[in-house]
Design a protein around this ligand. Structure first.
Ligand code: ADP
Ligand code: ADP
Length: 219
């Protein structure tokens, strides 16, 4: 069975905004799926419901391993008073992982995103692309099975964005996690994913699902 099963999920916010009408979606093990659509079509809301950050008004989301979700936001939300290394350990600290293991996992994650050598720097001394790398490392350190990303690259310049898209695909192929990636950029969706879920607004719903046959090979 698919590890993420979304059945009849709808969301109406308390102010009456109908963000999603019933959505049904299955996401397979190790897949890279993008949610694509214009601003306001409910992509973030659906992703946040998958992440367990927002309660649906109706329907259910079944996830094979609820503990194993990592979420990456558009804004890296780093702690400015912490070094790169200590930022990378943050979610592990919240999970209660012991210090030696925390250090080891953060170091491995920083290495994967190309931040080796920057451990003792502070976020203010990093470029936008490097801050996003750190945000990815902080999530990767959790060793998630499900990697949920909300427009992580959309605030970056084009060259940095393309570099990070390639690095994300390499990391995904190495790690084998399942990715759900929100974007309003058609090029990005087709470049990154195996399946593009096209959404349309007012209220948000799944319009079509495309399989991308020439996607990056799975590990
Ligand atoms: P997208 O990510 O596709 O831009 P969102 O999921 O952010 O769309 O928003 C879908 C709709 O729900 C929009 O009309 C938005 O204004 C509305 N919305 C999002 N969050 C809230 C909220 N907390 N309260 C009320 N309306 C919201
Ligand atoms: P995006 O996901 O497009 O980057 P936001 O998450 O900031 O943008 O919000 C998406 C939309 O949801 C915006 O139109 C915003 O006004 C609306 N929204 C977000 N949070 C709330 C809220 N608490 N109450 C009402 N509307 C909200």
């Amino acid at each position: 069975a698919a590890p993420i099963r979304i059945s009849g999920v709808a969301k109406t916010f308390p102010n009456g905004t109908e963000a999603l009408t019933p959505v049904d979606l299955r996401i397979g093990e190790g897949e890279f799926v993008t949610l694509l659509g214009p601003s306001g079509c409910g992509k973030s809301t659906l992703l946040r419901i998958i992440a367990g950050l927002t309660e649906p008004s109706a329907g259910t989301v079944e996830i094979a391993d609820e503990q194993s979700r990592a979420f990456v936001f558009q804004d890296p939300t780093l702690l400015p008073w912490r070094t790169v290394d200590r930022n990378a350990q943050l979610l592990l600290e919240l999970e209660g992982v012991a210090k030696p293991e925390r250090r080891e996992r953060a170091a491995a994650a920083l290495d994967k995103v190309g931040l080796k050598g920057f451990e003792k720097s502070y976020p203010r001394n990093l470029s936008g692309g490097m801050r996003m790398r750190l945000s990815l490392a902080r999530a990767l350190a959790l060793r998630p099975k499900f990697f949920l990303m909300d427009e992580p690259f959309s605030a970056l310049d084009e060259i940095t964005r393309e570099t990070l898209q390639d690095e994300l695909l390499r990391i995904w192929a190495e790690e084998g996690f399942t990715s759900v990636f929100v974007t309003h950029n058609l090029y990005e969706a087709v470049y990154l994913s195996h399946r593009v879920v096209v959404m349309s607004p007012r209220p948000g719903r799944v319009e079509r699902i495309f399989d991308i046959p020439f996607a990056y090979p799975r590990s």
